[in-house]
Design a protein around this ligand. Structure first.
Ligand SMILES: *Cc1c(COP(=O)(O)O)cnc(C)c1O
Length: 380
């Protein structure tokens, strides 16, 4: 079977894990946690990184640190993994779901401008959503498939409305936007995930990136139970959201190879794009001119005369190849049935037509060639 995507753990992962056991540092203390934080900050261009137990809890604590309160609205593209919306719920807030741009599958800045203008009003320091009366307290752009959102206009709007920005850059490590790495795109905080299915993994884990050292200090305080000293005093309700040294050991070994892992993802994407772009009914994953995405997953979109994704998935499976559907948008998820939303023409059109294809960083060119042959034959 050629799997969709599996991690490549052939670097220093085993050696560093062994070191954790030998040194006895298996929990949140130990040298690998600060090491991965430094590596991630350096790689992303952010001044500081705080490692966390998952990307989801990094988003949760990021929202709390940026002042999101229960019953607020947080702007979120509907086309994302459910963790982004769940983190908003964990903070007691509600996602305000937005459609995406067809050219990037990320939050559409024109739609954002139009809705902030027509559906909110300023009351004192607050931006109030007129219909629900709720306060809008943050914007969470999502870098879908590791492709940065169009951050320049989004950040300008955020500044104009004085809304903080928390970027869900879960799988975007290594991506650039107008030549800049993901820690330099103007978000107050950015989250990356080291979950096992991401390009760079620590097994489970995540990180928040930021430049404001006071805010980052607060994040660190929140994720480590808000402890103020050695005497078990805690000055607020904090969280046990720290990454462990074991996870950081694996993650540090992966970070050493981050550039080559991302390069492999991009090479695989380019080979599929070259081979499949001319097939009738086949569309490619987006590649807007302003960004160089991290190509977390590769795949295609399908429209007639091509068969529907589920049919192609079966054909692939019969040939020993794994393909999968991708995210079902938030406005179609039971927990978010009542969440306020924009019209969704682009999201509704795209999500059902996506099929992801094998794209492990260590996928051999022979295996990729086999995938390409089976896809081409099934569309002939
Ligand atoms: C993976 C992912 C997350 C969640 O990260 P975890 O580390 O699995 O909690 C959130 N948002 C997006 C877009 C993701 O791809």
């Amino acid at each position: 079977m050629i799997p969709l995507s599996t991690p490549d753990l052939s670097g220093n992962e085993a050696r560093y894990l062994q070191q954790c056991i030998e040194d006895g540092f298996v929990s949140t203390a130990g040298a690998f946690v600060p090491r991965i934080e430094e590596m991630v900050a350096l790689h992303s261009g952010a001044r500081q990184a705080v490692a966390t137990a998952s990307g989801t809890c990094a988003l949760h604590v990021g929202l709390v640190a940026l002042g999101v309160k229960p019953d607020d609205l947080v702007i979120l593209p509907s086309y994302t993994f459910i963790a982004s919306a769940n983190a908003i719920s964990h903070a007691g807030a509600i996602p305000w779901l937005f459609d995406i741009s067809a050219d990037s599958w990320t939050l559409d800045p024109k739609l954002l401008a139009a809705k902030l203008e027509s559906e909110t009003r300023r009351v004192g320091p607050d931006i109030i959503h007129k219909v629900s009366g709720r306060r809008v307290s943050a914007i969470m752009p999502v870098y879908a498939l590791g492709m940065p959102a169009d951050m320049e206009p989004i950040v300008l709007l955020a500044r104009h409305y004085r809304l903080p920005v928390l970027a869900d850059a879960a799988a975007a490590l290594g991506a650039t936007y107008m030549g800049k790495p993901i820690g330099r795109l103007g978000a107050d905080l950015s989250m990356i995930s080291f979950n096992g299915n991401k390009t760079v993994t620590s097994g489970g884990g995540g990180a928040l990136l930021g430049d404001n050292l006071e805010l980052m200090g607060f994040v660190k305080h929140l994720v480590s139970t808000a402890r103020t000293g050695e005497d078990y005093t805690h000055d607020r309700v904090g969280y046990n959201y720290r990454m462990t040294n074991i996870e950081a050991a694996v993650g540090s070994a992966q970070m050493e190879r981050a550039d080559s892992l991302v390069a492999a993802k991009r090479r695989i994407r380019a080979a599929y794009d070259d081979a499949l772009s001319e097939l009738p009914g086949v569309g490619l994953f987006p590649s807007p001119p302003w960004a160089d995405g991290a190509c977390w997953f590769s795949g295609i979109t399908l429209a007639p005369p091509a068969p529907p994704p589920e049919r192609l998935r079966q054909i692939l499976r019969e040939s020993g190849i794994e393909g999968r559907p991708f995210w079902k948008p938030m406005h179609l998820q039971p927990p978010y049935q009542d969440a306020p939303r924009t019209e969704m023409p682009v999201t509704d059109d795209i999500w059902k037509r996506v099929l992801t294809l094998p794209c492990s960083t260590h996928l051999s060119s022979a295996d990729q060639a086999k995938v390409i042959v089976v896809v081409k034959e099934s569309l002939a």
